[in-house]
Design a protein around this ligand. Structure first.
Ligand code: NAD
Length: 513
């Protein structure tokens, strides 16, 4: 094991293995050097079914599902505080299991407790309502939890995405089963222990590890599962959705993306260059809203691209050990992923302005040896056409495809010429244009003069093949609960006796409905 990972592991509370391994085991590797970090259980179908049954019994028992909102709020608050304390350590663990730069993981994890705090606060203010029905009736409406919910999460933001889902699901009172990505499950496993320590009753939150097509499928197929919430590739989302549909379970799916970023001729060029570099290369391009299609107005194209290439060159030269706080960008998740990214660039046959290959040799930042890891250089490919795969398909790596546009109509049509519709960005200093174009872009999220902003209060989700439903906000909380309408006759009983005897007098004046 390379010294750096070994040193980092020693400091962490990371266990050499997680789980009893009754059903087999899955190794978790560091993508930066191939080191074995830990081993997790490959949960068998029998264990998974048992876990769902237990979660269901726990739900019925009511310790959490019927707990007063204030009590759930207090526990979520405690979870947030204990998560805060462990951020430095968990950020290292995220960096080790994903290969992402520590600087990114520290910044990202520092925001994660906000999701627990947000839903803890929502529980104190969210109320039912009285429906304005007719006649002597009191109709009040409460929200009640769904039951057992299954959450399937990806490798790219392991803890953030899990907490975006766990927060509203627990707040609403459900029993939650999370299946994190088999490639990066460690921080979510650590969180489950913290949740117990914070006072969550046992079996309200269960984390099960295993491969998607086996464990994921088993969980989603269980008839006691009342909601499935997945963040994954679009094909995975379709496969899971059809299973959830056949059980009449609710479904939220945050799927793939191919975010366009449009830079108009009136943009602040320096700010836009910084913004595009961030959008394209944070997380080595492995976010669902990564800028993957850059559209630049023809009148500023040469200047803009020269400055962007210069910026990307700096990113490349600043890469090193992902655990080095100075390092600018990390790896992609695995050697297989690296090969897929390289093949997509090779096949495109377009002009590569910078990057385009696996990184080997030694980092000029800190001497880190790139050759053992899945480091792909930040890449820009020029003159990509709308029929090119690089324009149409998600690459999920640090690859930015670029095209020029002539005018607004052209930009909007290029941006919308895509099956995905999750995130989009535009850069302009013209206020009217910003609103006009933001409204025309077919995406669930549009950023103007910024990119990838996320907040527990801000709806997150896609149009078209990028998914259905929304994370964050009151919408997510409500999607984890169902309304229950209680209608009470407040009339005196002699009135009820006289007016509500439907079969007494067939005079056509009785109220129905
Ligand atoms: P993936 O689809 O390979 O796996 C995601 C999860 O689904 C994993 O836990 C995996 O084990 C599980 N899974 C895979 N096949 C399954 C099946 N047949 N049944 C049940 N579960 C299954 O995705 P990934 O490579 O981990 O993540 C990258 C993808 O996630 C990209 O497409 C990205 O755009 C998407 N993503 C979307 C968002 C969003 O908010 N829309 C956010 C992050 C990532």
């Amino acid at each position: 094991m390379a010294t750096r990972s070994a040193q980092a592991l020693k400091k962490l509370s990371l266990k050499p293995r997680y789980g009893p391994f009754i059903g087999g085991k899955i190794p978790v590797h560091n993508p930066a050097n191939g080191d074995l970090l830990s081993t997790v259980t490959s949960t068998s179908a029998e264990q998974a079914n048992e876990a769902v049954n237990l979660a269901h019994e726990t739900f019925k028992e009511g310790k959490w599902s019927r707990a007063p909102a204030i009590q759930r709020s207090l526990v979520l608050g405690k979870m947030a505080r204990s998560l805060e304390k462990r951020i430095p350590e968990l950020a290292e663990l995220e960096s080790l299991q994903t290969g992402r730069a520590i600087r990114e993981m520290r910044a990202q994890l520092s925001r994660v407790p906000e999701w627990l705090d947000y839903y803890a606060a929502l529980l104190r203010v969210h109320s039912g309502f009285v429906a304005p029905t007719q006649g002597p009736l009191l109709n009040y409406v409460n929200r009640i939890p769904l039951g057992v919910v299954v959450q399937i999460t990806p490798f790219n933001h392991p803890l953030l995405i899990a907490l975006k889902k766990i927060g509203p699901a627990l707040a609403a009172g459900n029993s939650v089963i999370v299946k994190p990505s088999e490639q990066a499950p460690l921080t979510v496993l650590e969180f489950a222990e913290m949740a117990l320590e914070a006072g969550l009753p046992p079996s309200v939150l269960t984390v099960l590890t295993g491969a998607g097509p086996e464990l994921g499928r088993t969980l989603v197929s269980h008839p006691l599962v009342k909601k499935v919430d997945v963040t994954a590739g679009t094909n995975t989302g379709r496969a899971i959705g059809s299973l959830a549909g056949s059980n009449l379970a609710s479904y939220t799916a945050e799927l793939g993306g191919k975010a366009p970023v449009v830079v108009f001729e009136d943009a602040d060029i320096a700010a836009a260059v910084n913004g595009v570099a961030f959008a394209a290369f944070i997380a080595s391009g492995q976010t669902c809203v990564s800028a993957t299609r850059l559209l630049v107005h023809e009148s500023i194209y040469d200047e803009f691209m020269a400055r962007l290439v210069e910026k990307v060159d700096k990113i490349t030269k600043g890469m090193g050990d992902p655990l080095n706080p100075q390092s600018t960008m990390g790896t992609v998740i695995s050697p297989a992923s690296l090969e897929r990214v390289a093949a997509a660039v090779r096949k495109s046959n377009r002009k590569i302005l910078i990057g385009g290959e696996k990184m080997n040799g030694v980092s000029s930042l800190d001497g880190f040896d790139f050759s053992m890891g899945s480091f792909f250089a930040p890449t820009i490919v020029e003159d990509v056409g709308v029929e090119d795969e690089l324009w149409k398909e998600e690459v999920f790596g640090p690859v930015l495809a670029v095209a020029k546009f002539e005018n607004e109509r052209h930009a909007v049509s290029l941006a919308n010429d895509c099956k995905y519709g999750l995130g989009a960005g535009l850069w302009t200093q013209d206020l009217s244009r910003a609103h006009r174009i933001a409204n025309e872009l077919e995406s669930g999220l549009v950023w103007v003069n910024t990119h990838h902003r996320n907040d527990p209060s801000s709806p997150w989700g896609g149009m078209k093949e990028s998914g259905i439903g929304r994370e964050n906000g009151i919408e997510a909380f409500e999607s984890y609960s169902q309304s229950k309408s209680i209608i009470i006759n407040v009339a005196q009983m002699d009135h009820a006796r006289n007016t509500d005897d439907w079969f007494n007098a067939v005079d056509g004046n009785r109220r129905y409905g």
